[in-house]
Design a protein around this ligand. Structure first.
Ligand code: ATP
Ligand code: MG
Length: 220
């Protein structure tokens, strides 16, 4: 008997950029989450289904074993923590960077040098806290759930910590990137208990994925 597997993905970039990797592994997803309202999607493999959850909920489903595997951004994993999660493969998809941005004209380097207390708005409290602590910069962190770019424009914060890819959203809001904190990409995560109990089903998938993202002879 084959053990059915559940893979947690989020709509949008993660789904769109994971799809070609699944295709290369011979797996087709039979429905499109953008047009279907279904949250459980069948695949061309009867022993593998996909669930669609919020990006920041992917580690939770995998940690509790409700999903055996998932794809989550490093940004999300750093905030959530990695207890109970095995992270065998960086898939290299959904790439961007975590950065500090300020309104054009704000002298960030000087504010940091002066030891001023910076007000920083972000969805990524943990990452921001660690970044500024390592630099010895005093910050008041303000938690937001989205549209961080707005915060410095209307006086809620001096700076933001957010994900940047093209920089278009920053430019459109007259913000400039003043510091890159780290590069971000999406990782495959696996429930540690599932890896032991369903090794026969999971291990071949891991081998296919690692072969796809870093084929032998090609350095990653
Ligand atoms: P939601 O939109 O449901 O609030 P989210 O913003 O975390 O959640 P997405 O916008 O789909 O969801 O982003 C999913 C992941 O894609 C992020 O966690 C990050 O790893 C990656 N990503 C890549 N580029 C960007 C970008 N420019 N902005 C935001 N996320 C990005
Ligand atoms: Mg989003």
């Amino acid at each position: 008997m084959t053990t059915p597997l559940t893979l947690a993905l989020s709509k949008g970039r993660i789904f769109i950029e994971t799809l070609p990797l699944l295709a290369q592994a011979g797996i087709r997803v039979l429905e499109d989450p953008e047009t279907s309202r279904k949250l459980i999607l069948e695949t061309s493999r009867s022993d593998l289904r996909i669930i669609i959850v919020r990006a920041s909920d992917v580690p939770t489903y995998v940690q509790y074993g409700a999903a055996d595997l998932g794809v989550a951004g490093k940004d999300v994993l750093l905030e959530h923590g990695t207890e109970g999660l095995y992270q065998p493969i960086d898939l290299g998809v959904a790439r961007c960077r975590m950065s500090v941005a300020v309104p054009r004209g704000f002298d960030y380097q000087n504010a940091v040098r002066q030891g001023a207390r910076l007000r920083v708005a972000t969805k990524y409290l943990r990452t921001a806290r660690e970044h500024f602590a390592a630099k010895g910069v005093h910050v008041d962190l303000i938690k937001l759930y989205g549209s961080m770019e707005l915060a410095p424009l209307i006086g809620l914060a001096d700076a933001i910590v957010d994900l940047v890819s093209s920089g278009n959203t920053l430019r459109a809001n007259d913000l400039v990137e003043v510091e890159q904190i780290m590069p971000i990409s999406a990782k495959l995560i696996v429930n540690q208990a599932a890896l032991k109990l369903k090794r026969g089903a999971i291990q071949p998938l891991l081998e296919v994925f690692s072969q796809i993202v870093s084929p032998a002879g090609v350095s990653p």
